[in-house]
Design a protein around this ligand. Structure first.
Ligand SMILES: [Zn+2]
Length: 241
């Protein structure tokens, strides 16, 4: 099936990639939702990762939010691996057009991939809600306790979408439009379950919807091709001459 997907890719001119958590984990990122991490987090913080990374937590329990955020989310930042190099190669060749990301680690940005829609934001962008001054991720990493704005001393925040925060409709509209105009979609490192992914791919009318993730899932039947393999293996194969 991988060979068939490569053949279809070679015939495509406007491919959209959608990046999910497995692509990020393959680059050394932490999977907060992996069973042992879930267990450890519940035990250490008394809450689930969703609850720790929520609008409520950053609003009312900033000290706890940043303690968790610095230790669990931005301590070891994943670095783009061969899958991202492959995407850039295919983008430079004019095959991949847009990349939509559900991850928060700027892996596309650090791979010089263009036309990226970051649906969940990026840990690399931090801002002061009062004066809008921007801060890099190391400013947050190196801060003691709650990171404060140098100008107005207000607590700054990462530009990521926290649980129970509203989605940014304009970004989802862009993502949905990119998928609608695509001749092929590669969903990399996530399943087709959930409203967010369906909102993106829902208007795609082609017959080249490919999903790549490790474990078989009942939603694989909604894809035209499902590859239960690591994203890195698939992308390095697809980018090979
Ligand atoms: Zn400020």
């Amino acid at each position: 099936m991988l060979e068939k997907v490569k053949q279809l890719l070679d015939e495509s001119k406007r491919v959209v990639c959608i990046m999910g958590p497995e692509a990020m984990i393959e680059c050394g990122g932490i999977d907060l939702w992996a069973p042992d991490n879930l267990f450890r987090i519940e035990k250490t913080y008394g809450k689930s990762p969703e609850e720790m990374l929520s609008a409520g937590e950053i609003t009312t329990r900033k000290v706890y939010f940043y303690d968790f955020y610095k230790k669990e989310v931005i301590k070891n930042l994943p670095k783009p691996g061969p899958a991202y190099e492959a995407i850039r190669t295919l983008q430079d060749a004019g095959i991949i057009h847009e990349v939509i990301s559900f991850n928060i680690y700027g892996l596309e940005y650090h791979s010089n991939i263009h036309n990226v829609i970051e649906l969940a934001g990026s840990v690399y962008v931090n801002y002061c809600p009062v004066c809008k001054k921007l801060y890099p991720v190391d400013y947050v990493q190196q801060s003691k306790g709650v990171p404060l704005c140098e100008e107005c001393k207000a607590p700054i925040r990462p530009n990521i979408r926290l649980h129970s925060e509203k989605v940014q409709n304009n970004l989802y509209t862009q993502a949905s439009l990119a998928c609608k105009n695509a001749d092929m979609i590669l969903v990399l490192g996530m399943t087709l379950s959930g409203n967010k992914i369906r909102y993106c791919t829902g208007h795609y009318e082609g017959d080249r919807l490919v999903v790549v993730h490790k474990e078989p899932h009942y939603t694989d039947k909604y894809a035209d091709y499902a590859l239960n393999m690591p994203v890195t293996d698939v992308m390095t194969y697809l980018a090979n001459e």
